[in-house]
Design a protein around this ligand. Sequence first.
Ligand SMILES: Cc1cc2nc3c(=O)[nH]c(=O)nc-3n(C[C@H](O)[C@H](O)[C@H](O)COP(=O)(O)OP(=O)(O)OC[C@H]3O[C@@H](n4cnc5c(N)ncnc54)[C@H](O)[C@@H]3O)c2cc1C
Length: 333
Amino acid sequence: MVDIAHLNTFGLRAHARSLVQIHSVAEAQAFLQAKGSGNEPVLVLGGGSNVLFTKDWPGTVVQLCLQEVTFTPVSEAFTDVYAGAGVVWNNLVQQTVARGLGGLENLTLIWGWVGAAPMQNIGAYGAEVKDTITQVHTLDAATGQARIFSNAECAFGYRDSVFKHTLKGKYWITGVTFRLANNPRLNLNYGDIRKTLDEMEVNEPTVQDVSRAVAAIRTSKLPDPRQEGNAGSFFKNPEVAPDIAAALQARHPLMPNYPGAGGLIKIPAGWLIEQAGWKGHRRPHVGVHPRQALVLVHYGGGTGAELLQLAQDIQADVSAKFGITLSPEVNIL
Ligand SMILES: Cc1cc2nc3c(=O)[nH]c(=O)nc-3n(C[C@H](O)[C@H](O)[C@H](O)COP(=O)(O)OP(=O)(O)OC[C@H]3O[C@@H](n4cnc5c(N)ncnc54)[C@H](O)[C@@H]3O)c2cc1C
């Protein structure tokens, strides 16, 4: 058995039967063809920043460490950027902003690797990665055959894609192509970006400035998994029908809310958890972060089962108090 505690940002104890690191598409295809229809369960893992191991993995963990990055100008307006699945997400963002390309700057400092970015359509500070992805390069996990998904075929949604549901586990993502703007249009309207740029005394911001501002905000607000094991937001922000939101608003006039998809109303999960009294809740090994109610923390020495129990207790309590079911954003294994 191989120790994989260092491969998840919760730092939770877990083992796998074996760990395989793959460095090229050809190697990945050879692995899949050799595996054939064998019963050994295979888990593809990137940076392990969106998984909760509740038990050992009963098979092989594969990391697709493909590191290629290419920049291809396609017109006066756009440059296509291809990145292999194993490129650290924030390293890719830094390479694109260094070239002045626009599209990924608001997604600065999100943890993990490029291969997982389409999985849940990562998003932050008013941007989602789906707005820049043109192609997701994959291998069929059963046959090793290559397939390229267009943006539409990925069925991206809020923290969602076809790879998280209908095609879960069926495709290995080997790389992603992004179309980035040569003359960026900056998105400064979300959160404290403008205020932070003002504090940085930046009057005419570039993509690099926006990236620096987002990095500063995130660093001040989010706990660093290297110090306190966590996977960022544990739950998705629930989206409810307007009449339900209105009824809740009548009972809780200060409840924040935002327009969601398809006319639904998005309510911050962190607000619900905080109102239910969980912010700062601490059990011996796990807890709810004292500054970020949406972040569940492993303080060390605990198990994934303890963390899952905490998550389920929060879900039950929020459901009882608000009639809203919180769905985990983190992949529970
Ligand atoms: C401190 C912190 C802050 C965060 N902030 C944000 C945020 O602002 N916005 C946001 O959207 N997310 C955020 N996250 C969550 C996380 O960063 C993203 O979900 C990220 O994309 C996960 O990447 P990973 O490589 O670590 O994926 P992993 O955790 O390794 O895997 C996640 C899932 O994808 C699958 N997978 C991984 N790679 C592949 C592949 N190549 N092919 C097929 N399947 C694959 C895995 O099997 C698993 O189901 C945060 C996490 C942390 C720790």
